[in-house]
Design a protein around this ligand. Structure first.
Ligand SMILES: [Zn+2]
Length: 335
């Protein structure tokens, strides 16, 4: 399959930018025509330099989606919550355009629609049409695809995209989480951005109103991103130690007598795990593709690994798909 030609027929050019050192910049960019203009959207990529004048779609604030670099461009585009999370995490000012997820934006006359993906607070899927009416959808990371619209070109993640790996099939274990909340003293290991806020929201949804102690970073992000919805939260040691959230690798520092669990969809921790994931599993990815019904799929994240497995699965099942390795890199030495 000639990917460049296939995308060209749809009115898109996908480019991986390469520096003079020869290394590819993260993820990729999509160029297209709209209203007579040539427009380029960087997809979760970094700025090459100050003169890099593409637009930067930032799907969410996890570091492996590179908002830290893109947020410094006036042409970056991120949801209000993603922009806030980036500012808090990196102590930098977000210079770009903000929107509230669900709103449509005007980018040089192109209407860009935005959708929730329920992955982390503020996480966004972007949708637009080019001059020839071909519809593109960029998902970022996905927890739930229910809101996503039909498209022609789908740019998606596939963190759990390996059909041959049983650990790519899972369901969130809310029963185990609720049972753990029944403990008098319980600590949860959760990443400070994303998982920690999911844990606090779940605890409140399950009707547990106890104060929650959190490590510094999780507390700061949760206060700003969840606001009053978080209920009573404070620093580790501030209350009676009944309910704590800290990073998975500092669970050991919580008191000895406390029950400890890592909230994760993965299995490589020392403590017992409760399956609470920020991602959809393989079945969810498959259903997502069925729902949005694309003519062509670029599996763009992770850059290696399961993307290859998922693209292969799609190709074997009658959906044309490729990974970033199939896109032609362009050397950019002038920027
Ligand atoms: Zn993510």
């Amino acid at each position: 399959m000639d990917v460049t030609r296939r995308l060209g027929d749809m009115g898109f050019t996908a480019i991986r930018r390469r520096t003079s050192g020869g290394k590819c910049k993260p993820h990729f960019s999509l160029s297209f025509k709209a209203g007579g203009n040539d427009i380029t959207f960087g997809i979760d990529t970094t700025r090459l330099s100050r003169s890099d004048d593409q637009y930067f779609l930032i799907t969410h604030a996890h570091t492996d989606h590179y908002g830290k670099s893109a947020m410094l461009s006036k042409r970056s585009i991120a949801s209000d919550k993603t922009a806030m999370a980036l500012e808090l995490r990196h102590d930098l000012r977000f210079e770009g355009m903000r929107f509230s997820v669900g709103e449509a934006l005007d980018v040089e006359g192109v209407e860009v629609k935005t959708y929730h993906t329920y992955h982390s607070i503020g996480s966004t899927a972007f949708y637009w049409e080019n001059e020839v009416g071909v519809r593109a959808l960029v998902t970022g990371d996905i927890k739930d695809h229910k809101d996503l619209p039909k498209c022609d070109l789908l740019v998606m993640e596939a963190t759990y995209g390996n059909p041959g790996d049983l650990s790519c099939i899972f369901k969130d274990d809310y029963d185990a989480f609720e049972a753990a909340l029944g403990e008098r003293h319980v600590g949860f290991g959760a990443y400070s951005f994303g998982k920690a806020q999911r844990a606090v929201s779940l605890i409140r949804e399950m009707g547990d109103e106890r104060p929650i102690e959190m490590d510094r970073s999780a507390l700061m992000l949760t206060r700003h991103l969840l606001g009053d919805e978080a209920g009573e939260i404070g620093r580790l040691g501030e209350f009676d130690g009944g309910l704590c959230i800290t990073s998975p690798w500092s669970l050991d520092r919580l008191p000895y007598g406390m029950k400890k669990y890592v909230l994760t969809g993965q299995h490589y921790y020392d403590h017992p795990c409760i399956c609470i994931s920020d991602h959809t599993d393989f079945n969810g990815l498959r259903e997502l593709v069925e729902q949005v019904d694309p003519k062509f799929v670029i599996v763009y994240h992770p850059e290696m690994g399961n993307s290859v497995n998922f693209a292969k699965f799609l190709n074997q099942n009658g959906r044309e798909a490729c990974t970033l390795a199939d896109l032609s890199p362009v050397r950019q030495t002038t920027l």
